[in-house]
Write a protein that binds this ligand. Structure first.
Ligand code: TYM
Length: 344
């Protein structure tokens, strides 16, 4: 089956949207809209795998949508929607719950990190989370998935699920008229550029994350200019000057992180940054980085605030996106049911 190139990605509405989400994912979404049909999903069903206050969840769904648009995603060109409005996500996730093996999910490092010592008390949804993620992608036969590095293992699982489904149902797939048996495509992760894993500003060994208790560990998309500059000024560094070659960043996680952030914001390579700043102290580099971050990020925050003033308009965009998403997913879900043997 010849699969048309199609992009899908998702962001959880769990608050504190940060520079890692922006550089690792959202900026890539913006580039891809020029060349591909793209679906960008606010994955509210993923969010509730850990407790969410209902009023906050509603606000956070709108906030992620506003961030998409403020970053330059065109809701006419792309399909922007929230997951729970398209029931196919839940339906296909159930099918995949029956395709994926316990052993596969037991190997997922993100579950281990998120469940921590309280594995017995984690929700069943948190455990089966990667199956829902595979369903998100495969419900649209998406072929390309722009994500940060932390999602790599989940993407590999999605590929395994696609393949196992195609093998388990090989005869039924042929009977449904798909001669080459490739009903689900193998989605390819797109993990590229200098900021696929942005680290905490307080600890270069930890990923920048929405759930870090320290607000100083991350730059959020809604931070004002002074806050952005202050967080960069206070970011942890080492006492050495910047090296002039990328190899010199080895063993210097904080320096590597700030150089990576600068490169991603500027749209150049880490080496380009070091060619310019090699030999400079952080007392020189940090103000340059702060200026660049303020210039790039704070207008997006301002635009988000403006968009958020009209929640009804955001809700319209999401409803419209869901209608268009269903047009693609419904025939694929119907075919999936036919292949499985469900009567429709
Ligand atoms: P989420 O909501 O945690 O993050 C959204 C996107 O941001 C990337 N990201 C980062 N990139 C670089 N540095 C960081 N510190 C950083 N932190 C987060 C993530 O890799 C992601 O691309 N499971 C997904 C959401 C999801 C999804 C999908 C993604 C659900 N279904 C289908 C792609 C396709 C997640 O929790 O992302």
């Amino acid at each position: 089956m010849k699969h048309q190139e199609r992009v899908f990605s998702g962001v959880q509405p769990t608050g504190n949207l940060h520079l890692g989400n922006y550089l690792g994912a959202i900026t890539k979404f913006v580039t891809l809209q020029e060349s591909h049909q793209c679906l960008y999903c606010v994955v509210d069903m993923h969010a509730i795998t850990v407790w969410q206050d209902p009023a906050e969840l509603r606000g956070n769904i709108r906030e992620v949508t506003a961030a998409f648009i403020a970053s330059g995603l065109d809701p006419k060109k792309n399909i922007i929607f929230n997951q729970s409005q398209v029931s196919g996500h839940a339906e296909l996730a159930w099918v995949f719950n029956c395709v994926a093996r316990m052993g596969w999910l037991n190997r997922m490092t993100q579950f281990k990190e998120k469940a921590g010592k309280h594995k017995e008390n984690a929700s069943v949804g948190l455990f089966s989370y990667p199956n829902l993620m595979a369903a998100d992608i495969l419900l649209y036969h998406a072929t390309h998935v722009p994500v940060g590095e932390d999602q790599k293992q989940h993407l590999e699982l999605a590929r395994d699920i696609a393949q196992k489904f195609n093998v388990d149902f090989a005869d039924a797939i042929k009977a449904a008229g798909i001669e080459d048996g490739l009903f689900f495509p193998q989605p390819e992760p797109l993990i590229q550029g200098p900021a696929t894993r942005v680290m905490s500003l307080r600890d270069g060994s930890k990923k920048m994350s929405k759930s870090d208790p320290s607000d100083m560990s991350r730059i959020t998309m809604t931070d004002d200019q002074d806050t952005i500059a202050k967080k960069i000024r206070k970011a942890k560094t080492d006492p050495e000057a910047l090296p002039s070659e990328v190899d010199g960043l080895e063993g210097r996680p904080e320096a590597a992180n700030l150089v990576g952030i600068y490169a991603a914001l500027k749209g150049c390579s880490k080496q380009d940054v070091l060619t310019e700043f090699g030999g400079a102290q952080f007392s020189v580099f940090k103000p340059a980085l702060a200026e660049l971050a303020v210039e790039q990020v704070s207008p997006i925050g301002e635009e988000m605030r403006r968009i958020l003033n009209d929640p009804a308009e955001i809700d319209n965009i999401l409803r419209n996106g869901a209608t268009r998403a269903r047009e693609i997913s419904e025939p694929i879900m119907a075919k999936t049911k036919e292949i499985i043997g469900f009567i429709q």
